[in-house]
Each structure stands twice: as C-alpha cells, then as structure tokens.
Design a protein around this ligand. Structure first.
Ligand code: NAP
Ligand code: GCO
Length: 268
C-alpha cells in the first residue's frame, strides 16, 4: 500500500514549467519546488529569464532558466537537453507559456489568430513531443497543460485564445489516450479568472474610480465572489504532478471558484 504522506512528495523529480516569468507559472513552479522538485523554466527573452531567476532566488528557489521559444522544435529540444544535462531528465512538464489577444474576430488578422494558436496549442504539442520519448523510456511522467475557462466557454474578442485552449483540452485527452500505457499522465488545470498581468486590463479602475465592468461581471459570475490568485492553483499543480494522481488521466481540473458550475445570480 502507498504511504498517504508520501503521495504528494516530488522529492528527486525534475520539473520544467514553460514561460513562468510572471503569474501562474511562477506560483506553480514554487509549489512544485516546495514539494521537493528541481525547477527549470524558460522564456523567449533573456531579460525576462534573468528577472525570473532573481525572483526565484528571492523566494529561496534554485531554478534553472533557459532562453527558448516553445514554438520552435529546435529550441524545444535544446531546452529539454539543457535541463537534462543540468538537473536530470524531465519527470514533470507544465505547459504554462501562453498569450492572449483580445480583438473582435471580424477585425483580427489570420496572422494574429495563428500566433495565438501557435504559442498556446502548437507550443504544448512541441514541448510534449520533446519530453515523451524519455518519459516512455523511463516508464512514466506527468504533463500538465494550463488550459482556461475558454477551453469550455466562448466570449467576445477571444476567438483565437478559445480555439487554442479548447484544442489544448483535446490535446490533453489525446496524450492521455496515446501514452497512458507508458504510465504517463497528462491532465489540465483550467484556471478561472486569475489576477495576473494577463488579466490586468480587465480589472483596471474606470476614470470615475468605479470597477471595470468586466471586473464586476466576473465577481458576480464567481460563486467565491472574487478573482482567483496564482496561489489558488498551487495545490492542484502538486496533486497533478505527484503520485497522488497516478490513476487520473486526460482530465481538466477547473480551479475557478465555481464559475463553470454556476448558472449565475438571478436579477433582483
Ligand atoms: P503571463 O504572465 O503572460 O506569462 C506567460 C509566459 O509565457 C511569459 O513568461 C512569456 O514570457 C511566456 N511565453 C509566451 N510565449 C512564449 C513562447 N513562444 N515561448 C516561451 N515562452 C513564452 O501569463 P499568466 O497570466 O501567468 O498565464 C500563464 C498561463 O495560464 C497561460 O497559458 C494563460 O493562457 C493561462 N491562463 C491564465 C489565466 C489568467 O486569468 N491569468 C487564466 C487561465 C489560464 P516571454 O514573453 O518572455 O517569452
Ligand atoms: C479573457 C481572459 C481569460 C482568462 C482565462 C480564463 O479575456 O476572457 O483573459 O481568457 O485569462 O484564460 O480562464
């Protein structure tokens, strides 16, 4: 029988969290480090990697940063090789790097649409492909895809993002289906509305000091009555990275304060 207290331990594991420089990824990486994992991260920009390395050090985490673009297969393989050489082969991949463009669809160019899909969907394909052979060879691994409310719902201006994150949900299910027999678990975290730089424009105070209408809308749509914080995702990340989830595969765990369960408040 497994030991309940060890179920969430990541001692001796190597985790690569892509992106990671600002919000969700940093909290997720911190949680995996607290549980015992060695952490690697990447971003496209040298200054962002340097800044993140300082942030990790300030948080007491010894993290290995690499400049690499997740949409480039050569870069992805170089990144995975560099992590293997420095920390050991990757046991846990978190596909966190992502962008959003909020543009009405009839005004969005095909190139803008492609850029979002390239980073948010093709990137996780490329990164997962880069780690799968070693996970298969070593008899297991964990892939966690950072999905979204937009893996389930649509709304104005986010056609590319919703298409990519809906696709990421299906990529998650497919990796689970195709590689489950190698003891590889691929699951998603579907964050609700989380207060990060990515969502800052949706929370900006109005010139008259009132809340942004989207801010009030989200708080009213969330049974918890608040935006999430990156820290709200930490426990789920450790669960999906650890032996506690060894028979959980192809699932998206929505960490959304209840949004996706809620029909909304009836008007007074
Ligand atoms: P963020 O602060 O904007 O960080 C995204 C990271 O991705 C940055 O470090 C960025 O670094 C990196 N990145 C972008 N393109 C890349 C590429 N091609 N190659 C390598 N790195 C790249 O985002 P966040 O708000 O923390 O969100 C993180 C993830 O959670 C995203 O997938 C996002 O879609 C998802 N999410 C966010 C929310 C929310 O409410 N904030 C909710 C649901 C899901 P560089 O620009 O330096 O490369
Ligand atoms: C938006 C938001 C969302 C969130 C998140 C929800 O404009 O609607 O940015 O897409 O970032 O992904 O889970």
């Amino acid at each position: 029988m497994k030991n309940g207290t060890d179920l969430f331990s990541l001692e001796g594991k190597v985790a690569l969290v892509t992106g990671v420089c600002y919000g969700i990824g940093f909290a997720v990486a911190g949680a995996l480090a607290d549980a015992g994992a060695k952490i690697a991260f990447n971003s496209r920009h040298e200054d962002a990697v340097a800044r993140a390395a300082e942030d990790y050090a300030a948080a007491g985490i010894d993290a290995f940063g690499v400049v690499a673009d997740v949409t480039d297969e050569v870069d992805a393989n170089r990144l995975v090789g560099a992590v293997a050489e420095k920390l050991g082969e990757i046991d846990i991949l978190v596909n966190n790097a992502g962008i959003i463009k909020r543009i009405p669809m009839h005004e969005m160019s095909a190139d803008e649409f492609r850029e979002v899909v390239d980073i948010d969907l093709v990137g996780p394909f490329i990164m997962s492909k880069a780690v799968l052979p070693s996970m298969m060879r070593r008899g297991g691994g964990k892939i966690i895809n950072i999905c979204s409310m937009m893996s389930e719902f649509g709304r104005e201006t986010v056609s590319a993002y919703a298409s990519a994150k809906g696709g990421l949900k299906m990529l998650t299910r497919n990796i689970a289906s195709e590689y489950g027999e190698y003891n590889i678990q691929c699951n998603g975290i579907g964050p609700g509305y989380i207060a990060t730089p990515q969502t800052a424009p949706l929370r900006e105070r109005q010139p008259n000091g009132e809340r942004h209408p989207f801010d009030s809308f989200i708080v009213s749509k969330t049974p918890a009555g608040r935006w999430g914080t990156p820290d709200d995702l930490m426990g789920t990340a450790v669960f999906l990275a650890s032996p506690a989830s060894d028979f959980v595969n192809g699932q998206i765990l929505y960490v959304d304060g209840g949004i996706s369960a809620y029909i909304g408040k009836q008007p007074k």
